[in-house]
Ligand binder design. Structure first.
Ligand code: SF4
Ligand code: SF4
Length: 432
């Protein structure tokens, strides 16, 4: 489909979808950005009003429209609470694609998305190289959280505390896997995702361990690409489609029962964003079939196996753990009980709920890069709610949330470990 035709179609769809908003303003009370800024322009209703005249606004002030649209975490809190069922995320993604199609991508985004992310092998090599040399520019800062900070003043990193690139990415630890179903009779494809591969290979290792333990046959093809969410969020429909096509080739015709991921964002992207935005007739059915098979790993495990709560044995103190609900897991996919069930299956932990466990952590992907101070203000609220529980561990089912929570805890000097529920569950399988 030509770019012009694609844009015209998107514009038409957008116009139709915008009429659903009845301007009630109920999205205000749930928007983490609005809570911080109080600006109508930052909440869904304000952005939808802007998009109502997108064609005209785009000619008058394209930069202003782009700036207002980029001020959004794409957390989906507004959509999850909208009485009219406005599909806010779909509208925002389409609008970003229209704007990027009209204005073009910035040189930085073009370099990152088209120069690196859309070439998975090259992206792997760049990050492998980065992990070798990162110690020259960064230093460890909190061993419990596992964060580093910049060694010298850096405009890129600022005063962030970040999770460094893993010394050995997961694609080097386990490049591929294809095993037959064991006792479970189930075969699952495992989509690793960039963050698990490059920052949290321990979580990917735990996921594979758990699948092996339950006798699940695992199909994990080599050379997997990003799920495409950074491209979609930047309006780069071309890179998004390229990444989807690459992954479709890798994962083949779907001769497995499920496609599972341990990243809430990857799951929501494959399950919801791929079928929403991919229109090309040659791959539409393949995308839909894969989306239908896609499940978050917590959901997959609880749905297929008996995962029972466990109590600590006499004389054993359980470590307190609290759980943060990733927006992409709870608001997009309705998954919240399952990760808690995995945590509660480990007798070494006691789960205590924090206040507002499902309030966004404030990361929002590129939002954090563009508007770090606002992102951190939202994140500090999450940190305060975690701190109030005084846990040894905070768990969450999305590696992106793990990054933001790690930054907030580490900058506050907290010594609280950040884990994925599947890590906690994997530990329980190997308790003596
Ligand atoms: S997006 Fe939904 S909640 Fe927000 S103003 Fe429109 S109808 Fe109301
Ligand atoms: S997606 Fe999140 S940040 Fe964006 S308008 Fe909706 S609630 Fe606010």
């Amino acid at each position: 489909m030509s770019d012009m035709k694609r844009l015209a179609n998107l514009m038409k769809e957008l116009e139709d979808q915008l009429t659903v908003c009845m301007k009630c303003g109920m999205c205000q009370s749930v928007c983490p950005l609005f809570e911080q800024t109080g600006r109508e322009a930052d909440v869904a209703r304000g952005k939808l009003a802007l998009l109502d005249g997108l064609g005209r606004e785009m000619f008058d002030d394209p930069k202003g429209v782009s700036e207002r649209l980029s001020r959004c975490l794409l957390c989906g809190s507004c959509a999850a609470n909208c009485p009219s069922g406005v599909n806010v995320l779909e509208i925002f993604m389409k609008a970003r694609a229209i704007l990027a199609g009209y204005m073009g991508l910035s040189p930085v985004k073009r370099a990152v998305l088209r120069g690196m992310l859309s070439h998975p092998g090259f992206f792997d090599r760049v990050t492998e190289w980065g992990s070798k040399f990162q110690d020259v520019f960064t230093k460890p800062v909190n061993d419990m959280v596992g964060t580093s900070c910049a060694r010298y003043m850096s405009p890129l990193i600022g005063d962030r505390h970040f999770r460094p690139l893993a010394k050995t990415p997961f694609h080097k630890i386990l490049p591929e896997k294809n095993t037959e179903p064991g006792a479970s009779g189930i075969k699952a494809a495992f989509f690793v995702g960039c963050l698990l591969d490059k920052l949290f290979p321990n979580v990917a290792e735990a996921a594979v361990k758990v699948l092996d333990h339950h006798g699940v046959g695992v199909f994990m093809p080599s050379g997997q690409a990003c799920c495409g969410i950074p491209a979609v969020s930047s309006g780069d429909a071309k890179t998004f489609e390229k990444l989807v096509r690459h992954n479709l080739e890798r994962f083949g015709d779907g001769s497995y029962d499920y496609l599972i991921t341990a990243c809430a964002t990857c799951t929501a992207t494959i399950k919801e964003v791929w079928p929403m935005l991919i229109r090309d007739a040659d791959i539409r059915d393949h995308v839909k079939a894969l989306a239908d098979k896609t499940l978050d790993i917590n959901q997959f495990l609880v749905r297929n196996f008996k995962i029972s709560p466990a109590m600590p044995g006499p004389g054993h103190d359980a470590a307190v753990v609290t759980y943060h609900d990733p927006c992409h897991l709870k608001k997009s996919l309705g998954v919240s009980a399952e990760p808690r069930a995995l945590i509660q299956a480990n007798p070494a932990y006691e789960l205590k709920e924090m206040a507002e466990a499902d309030w966004c952590c404030g990361l929002g992907g590129s939002f954090n890069l563009q508007y770090y101070e606002t992102s951190a203000r939202i994140g500090r609220k999450k940190r305060d709610n975690i701190r109030a529980i005084d846990p040894a561990v905070v768990a969450t089912g999305c590696p992106a949330c793990m990054i933001q929570i790690s930054d907030m805890l580490s900058r506050a000097g907290d010594r609280i470990a950040v884990k994925h529920p599947v890590e906690i569950y994997a530990e329980s399988l190997y308790l003596s």
